[in-house]
Design a protein around this ligand. Structure first.
Ligand code: F6R
Length: 608
């Protein structure tokens, strides 16, 4: 989605803004721009396209110490120079960058009667025009303008008449302040701040902050002062460095032995064969009272939740459903007090997931979060939760965060299971599996050359199917998701049992089918699925943790076999997930795709 960076201090703003924009580019964008106060005037440069287009327009640098920058992901109006942010008012006094959507833009424009002075098709430009209608302090003008907006905003404004001051405001779109010695920054995302500071302040909805080189003050819409203190986040910068790897995605795949270890760290209790999850804010008595669990997320987070639902239901023997967060709130869900609601999100900012969380809380439900991004909006609004500790994920497609979601659900399943039907012996078997996970992922990474070969062999195919039964189905969904989003090969996932009810009509020698074969009670049935596909001439890529089968049937039927280490039910989705990530990665690389910034997609979807 769109990105914001703002700086006021004693250094030249231009390189800081450009560096911030570069670090925001992983979020996906189609145009960029910046405004800097230079010799008492606001100078603005904007360009459709990638950051290098903007840089080429800045051959003569703008000198100034206060400025704002933006990367845009078009919602209102095509990606053009004119529609890129910042937007200014007709007198060029104010410049504004805005993330979000202004729903009452027409009504706001009608109050101004200056319709012939707009230079863009965006909803955002109206903010600058409204500001120009106000006299007095910048912060008061922004407070009045945002008070009139219906919709969402994360915004930053500079004013020719307040040369060192930036005012930022937030409602539904993240704004984070970065506190430095003699300077202040603001951004929509930690990535743009991490090089400069680890002292940060998260704004809440309805807050406005005034930034000067000397510091910040946060106000609420009613102009009362909010007492916000900076928190310290450690070791952030290393995650935004590719560390010599060709892509962030690759780095994030190969980092997974470490990142799942971080999710597990300090959370396995050998003595009682259970998990420690202090952040849940639930006593054993609360755990035993849970009658049902509902998991909510979007995209890969939803697929992780579907795998998590199987884990929790299997160990704790309570009904669990995983639902798309965006649909949940629109079907007027029944919220029950003995149901545990869990929202799952890497970024902690996904609009639809946040809206589902708010719907549950509004109706009095208790909500936990499984969240990666520390201090994010979802993390702050839940009643308790599990931090994944996977570190910031930069590539648009989720890999390490997805695996850490699975590990978080495995820990929760263990805890809920041990508070009910899971015996200490079963619990310690699961703990051993979880301890083995980093090593098992390492073993999957060693399969990379053979997986790359398979990817290369099938890269020209237009379509692929991923099929699996019960525990294998969420794995298939995520495998198809990874392949389609980064390689653009059309990929669909089905429960293997559904093939014969329709999709089999599409299986030919041109459609590779990736069959997920967990070594469980359904293995023989999953092998029959391979027979069905082979009978229609479809090439079969078998992904299994079964080390051998009677008559060696997997080897005999499959055109390719990816054999991952034997793993238990809690860890298999992560182990197989890594193999499918490598398959997608090598397919995308061999097709020359933009792996880290796939077309049309953005990291952290903060609009509906
Ligand atoms: C796919 C992917 C997306 C996200 C989804 C939710 O690779 O990354 O499907 O999983 O947009 O994002 P978060 O987890 O930030 O809520």
């Amino acid at each position: 989605m769109c990105g914001i960076i703002a700086y006021t201090g004693n250094q030249n703003a231009l390189p800081i803004l450009l560096d911030g924009l570069k670090r925001l580019e992983y979020r996906g964008y189609d145009s960029t721009g910046l405004s800097i106060l230079s010799r008492k005037r606001i100078k603005t440069v904007k360009a459709a396209g990638k950051l290098n287009v903007l840089e080429s327009k800045l051959a003569k640098p703008i000198i100034g110490h206060c400025g704002i920058g933006h990367t845009r992901w078009a919602t209102h109006g095509a990606p053009t120079d004119e529609n890129a942010h910042p937007h200014t008012d007709p007198t060029q006094r104010f410049a504004v960058v805005h993330n979000g959507i202004i729903e009452n833009v027409d009504a706001l424009k009608a109050t101004l009667k200056d319709s012939d002075t707009y230079t863009s098709e965006t909803d955002s430009e109206v903010i600058a025009h409204l500001l120009a209608n106000h006299k007095g302090e910048l912060v008061d003008a922004v407070r009045e303008v945002v008070g009139a907006i219906v919709g969402t905003y994360g915004l930053a404004v500079i004013d020719q008449q307040n040369p060192d001051t930036i005012v930022v405001a937030r409602n539904g779109s993240p704004v984070i302040l970065g506190v430095c010695d003699g300077a202040m920054l603001a951004a929509s995302d930690m990535s743009a701040l991490s090089r400069h500071t680890n002292q940060i302040v998260h704004l809440d909805d309805g807050e406005i902050a005034q930034l000067t080189p000397a510091g910040f003050q946060v106000l609420r819409l009613d102009s009362s002062v909010a007492d916000k203190k900076a928190i310290t986040l450690d070791n952030l910068n290393s995650h935004y460095d590719r560390g010599g790897h060709p892509h962030y995605l690759y780095k994030e795949i190969v980092d997974q032995p470490d990142t799942v270890q971080q999710t597990l760290s300090g959370r396995l209790d050998d003595r009682f064969s259970t998990a420690h999850l202090g952040g849940l804010n639930l006593e054993p008595r609360d755990l035993i009272g849970i009658k049902r669990v509902t998991l909510l997320g979007c995209g890969s987070a939803l697929y992780a939740a579907m795998a998590g639902a199987n884990m929790i239901e299997s160990l704790a023997r309570i009904p669990v459903v995983a639902e798309p967060a965006a649909e949940f709130r629109y079907r007027n869900p029944v919220i029950e007090k003995d149901t545990l609601y869990i929202v799952v999100s890497q970024s902690g900012e996904t609009f639809d997931t946040l809206a589902a969380l708010r719907e549950v809380r509004r109706k009095g439900g208790f909500v936990l979060g499984v969240v990666n991004s520390v201090g994010s909006t979802i993390a702050r609004e839940v009643d308790g939760g599990i931090y994944m500790h996977a570190g910031p994920e930069v590539s648009v497609a989720s890999t390490k965060a997805y695996s850490s979601m699975l590990v978080s659900f495995a820990l929760l399943a263990l805890l809920l299971g041990r508070s009910r039907d899971t015996s200490p012996q079963q619990g310690s078997r699961h703990i051993n599996d979880l301890k083995q996970l980093p090593d098992n992922i390492l073993k999957v990474l060693e399969l990379e050359p053979e997986i790359a070969k398979i990817a290369n062999k099938y890269k020209k195919r237009q379509s692929a199917f991923f099929v699996g039964r019960t525990n294998g189905f969420p794995i298939a969904l995520e495998g198809a998701q990874k392949l389609k989003e980064i390689s653009y090969i059309h990929a669909e996932a089905y429960p293997a049992s559904e093939l014969k009810h329709g999709p089999l009509a599409l299986v030919t020698e041109k459609t590779p089918c990736i069959v997920i074969l967990p070594n469980d009670d359904l293995l023989a049935k999953s092998i029959s699925t391979m027979e069905e596909i082979k009978a229609r001439g479809g090439p079969v890529i078998a992904l299994t943790n079964a080390q051998s089968t009677p008559d060696d049937r997997i080897n005999k039927l499959a055109d390719e076999v990816i054999r991952v280490p034997d793993s238990g039910e809690l860890t298999l989705p992560a182990v197989m997930g890594v193999a499918l990530q490598l398959l997608a990665y090598h397919s995308a690389v061999s097709l020359g795709r933009d792996v880290d910034q796939p077309r049309n997609l953005a990291k952290s979807v903060t609009v509906e």
